[in-house]
Design a protein around this ligand. Structure first.
Ligand SMILES: *Cc1c(COP(=O)(O)O)cnc(C)c1O
Length: 379
């Protein structure tokens, strides 16, 4: 039997990438920025909404960092961040010397909890500093409670940075994720729904802001023949080669979303008969997830034998990758000294949750291997 490794999520080439890479090489546009970058940005804008402006960058992390800079976040400012997320959501707060304030998740979408968000904002204001921004994340492709979160942000006039790194193709009430915040960010890292090998994008609402983002991303060069700088610059622009990969990948975005949905249906069938496991999904019709990763909660630990760690090991023994959910930021050694507002929802999710292989290239044979291990485990 084939026992090659089954990964959580890896990129799949569309076959169109080479054409655009070749174009860049033939035109000797082998640098950051260029025609492929412009074209990739236009394709992203068309896909998300004609009212957005996309700036292609070298990573999603750079996009979050630039969003903070463009919002004027400076040393000792406070920035609220969803605690359950990948560290890249929160690290750029520290790059600015600012202070992360972590907020718990709620159980419906696993994303930032409206009640705790408001408690945190009021408490920070009472302590003397109004948060400068809120970083809300669409985790695993599931939109956060957009209406409620944005209503709170509007009430206190705090801009939202919408971390849509995992949610390209997801939408809420028919509107695409990445277009709700003052800034949206996307990632095209190799494990995301489409890839540029490494890359990201900053989604904004005006041409002027996009131009300012490009200014910072290309070393903040003032207008002068010699190199003149009056602000800190960054080397964050996407390369023209990577953008060629991105254009090729855009052609299979819809197909990838379809495949992710098929994976989700596979897991739905599989876990239907297993009482101890709950496959995560939001059943409300306003939410459409790209199911970047399928995730489960093991509701009850039977005799300390059937928990997320023993299941992970059983899968690993068959060379199948799975992983606990993101460990909450306020439990991370680098972030544990910062304030946290919540009721330990994210902690509990982390204890019981597991991410399962969800690659767009998952074959039926591989699905059968996964099914075999899981059925045997829960027998
Ligand atoms: C991947 C990811 C990022 C960072 O994107 P990179 O392109 O890897 O820098 C940020 N936030 C979340 C939630 C992510 O999953």
């Amino acid at each position: 039997m084939d026992s090659s490794r089954i990964f959580l999520a890896v990129a799949q080439p569309s076959g169109f990438e080479q054409e655009y890479i070749q174009k860049a090489i033939d035109a000797n546009w082998i640098t950051s920025g260029g025609p492929n970058v412009d074209s990739f940005e236009i394709r992203l804008q068309k896909y998300l909404s004609e009212e957005t402006f996309a700036t292609a960058l070298n990573s999603g992390t750079s996009a979050i960092h630039l969003a903070l800079i463009l919002l004027g976040v400076k040393k000792d400012d406070e920035v609220i961040c969803q605690t359950m997320t990948f560290s890249a959501s929160a690290n750029p707060i520290l790059y600015q010397g600012a202070i992360p304030i972590f907020v718990d998740s709620e159980l419906e979408t696993w994303n930032i909890c409206p009640e705790n968000l408001e408690i945190a904002i009021r408490d920070r204001i009472k302590k003397g500093r109004k948060p400068k921004a809120i970083i809300a994340v669409h985790l695993y492709g599931t939109p956060y409670k957009v209406d409620q979160i944005h209503a709170i942000a509007a009430k206190y006039e705090i801009p939202i940075i919408e971390d849509s790194a995992e949610a390209l193709g997801s939408y809420y009430k028919g509107r695409k994720c990445g277009t709700f915040g003052t800034f949206g960010i996307l990632s095209f890292n190799g494990n995301k729904i489409i890839t540029t090998s490494s890359g990201g994008a900053l989604i904004s609402k005006s041409k002027e802001i996009k131009e300012k983002a490009i200014f910072y991303a290309t070393q903040s060069k003032d207008e002068a023949v010699h190199y003149q700088h009056s602000e800190i610059g960054y080397n964050y622009r996407m390369s023209n080669i990577c953008a060629g990969v991105g254009i090729g990948q855009m052609k299979i975005l819809e197909e990838n979303i379809q495949r992710k949905l098929e994976n989700h249906h596979f897991y739905k069938d599989l876990f239907k008969a297993i009482d101890f496991v709950e496959l995560f999904e939001v059943k409300e019709e306003n939410y459409f997830s790209n199911y970047w990763l399928n995730t489960i909660l093991i509701k009850q630990d039977r005799d300390n034998m059937k928990n997320r760690e023993t299941l992970r090991l059983a899968l690993e023994a068959e060379n199948i990758e799975s992983r606990p959910l993101w460990k909450p930021m306020h439990l991370q050694p680098i972030f544990e000294k910062y304030p946290y507002y919540g009721n330990k929802v994210a902690e509990e999710l982390f204890e019981k949750g597991l991410c399962l292989p969800s690659g767009v290239n998952l074959t039926n044979k591989e699905k059968n291997r996964i099914k075999g291990v899981i059925n045997t485990f829960f027998k």
